[in-house]
Design a protein around this ligand. Structure first.
Ligand code: TRP
Length: 364
């Protein structure tokens, strides 16, 4: 039998999703979902993981669970094709994490580059919550409980996947072939790996106020693009400009397609021609921004409209999530029963065990 192809990926519900999430992963998920190449697709909200560094702010996570669900639906994640669920509602994930804890050393976690950076970013220093420190283990459980083969995420998640693969190898080595080693699936366009903020800063983040949200209105998007960071040395239209590190061009790399030029900027055949003109000088920021705006509005408009539609029936969205949790739970429970059997902790399901023990004690 050929191995099933199963996708699993998710997001922490700590805020509404922005276009960085969109080009870095959401857009791809929808393509993968509609490709028909996968047997199962699981997309989930990692609320438990979100709580590892928001433990005193449960309301933030609670509010954002519905926002993220709306963003998913708006982008075209279809509950008929993908199971959307919430991490905390699947207790099997805690159980698997508990077993995995024994397969990972403290020093291995300390070397995880993502954990290292995140600890620095949060100024945890010596007061790191244990749950935060060990979240790569719980993330490995998220992935393996569903026997995911394919995990579409951004490159910042690479160390997480590496750690998950190590855990799977260790588990299977000790207990026999049970779990599946997942593969990472990175965005195919370099600009999409990490979309900078509108201010040119490396990361789009709510606290920096440099995000364009999927739920922003057309006006908000327009304004944000108008004030976007470009090349600070490109003062006059006639000045030669830099394309590298110029946010407007990075966004065009992520969003524009050749057909957009025919539609909105027919003087140029493609993005290379536009970049060449900007580099030479004689092309103003305003013109490029107008083009970017047309391109982005075209892509974001249908998302916005669909979001508004789903917002009209919030109880239905919760119902969809609840059903997703039920489906996900069944899948995780199946893996967990295999895990318990492999780990020899299935005492009451193994009739042979009881008979064996009875015979052993009868001999004494
Ligand atoms: N750590 C991921 C993020 O911050 C979210 C996440 C949790 C995840 N568990 C996962 C992603 C499992 C993929 C697979 O975006």
């Amino acid at each position: 039998m050929e191995k099933k192809k199963i996708i699993l990926t998710g997001d922490r519900p700590t805020g509404k999703l922005h276009i960085g999430h969109y080009v870095g992963s959401l857009r791809r998920r929808v393509e993968l979902q509609n490709s028909g190449q996968f047997d199962k697709i699981f997309i989930f909200e990692a609320d438990g993981q979100a709580l590892t560094d928001n433990i005193d702010n449960p309301e933030k996570v609670r509010q954002n669970v519905i926002e993220v669900a709306l963003d998913y639906l708006a982008c075209g994640i279809d509950p008929a094709k993908s199971t959307i669920f919430i991490q905390s509602q699947i207790p099997e994930l805690c159980e698997l994490t508990f077993y995995f804890m024994d397969l990972v050393t403290v020093s291995r976690l300390q070397r995880n580059p993502t954990v290292k950076t995140e600890i620095q970013m949060r100024n945890f220093e010596t007061s790191i919550p244990v749950g935060f420190f060990t979240y790569p283990i719980s993330q490995a459980a998220d992935i393996t409980a569903f026997k995911a083969t394919t995990v579409p995420v951004g490159e910042d998640q690479e160390p997480m996947l590496e750690q998950a693969r190590e855990i799977v190898r260790r588990f299977n080595h000790i207990y026999g072939e049970t779990l599946v080693e997942p593969e990472i699936l990175l965005p195919d366009n370099a600009a999409c790996l990490r979309l900078p903020g509108t201010d040119g800063k490396a990361k789009m983040s709510k606290s920096l106020g440099n995000c364009i949200y999927l739920s922003d209105t057309a006006d908000e998007v327009e304004k944000k693009i108008r004030s976007m960071y470009t090349d600070p040395d490109h003062l006059k239209v006639s000045d030669p400009g830099k394309v590298e590190g110029n946010t407007v061009f990075t966004y065009l790399d992520a969003f524009s397609r050749p057909e957009h030029f025919a539609r909105y900027l027919p003087d140029y055949a493609d993005l290379d021609e536009l970049k060449a003109h900007y580099r030479r000088g004689g092309l103003g920021d305003v013109k490029v921004k107008r083009f970017l705006s047309a391109v982005m509005q075209e892509e974001l408009e249908p998302i916005r409209t669909r979001r508004k539609e789903f917002e009209q029936d919030i109880p239905a969205v919760y119902d969809m999530l609840k059903k997703g949790c039920e489906v996900a739970r069944e899948a995780a429970a199946e893996t967990l029963s295999e895990v318990r059997r492999a780990m020899k902790i299935d005492y009451f399901d193994d009739e042979a065990l009881i008979a064996e023990q009875a015979a052993r004690f009868a001999k004494q």
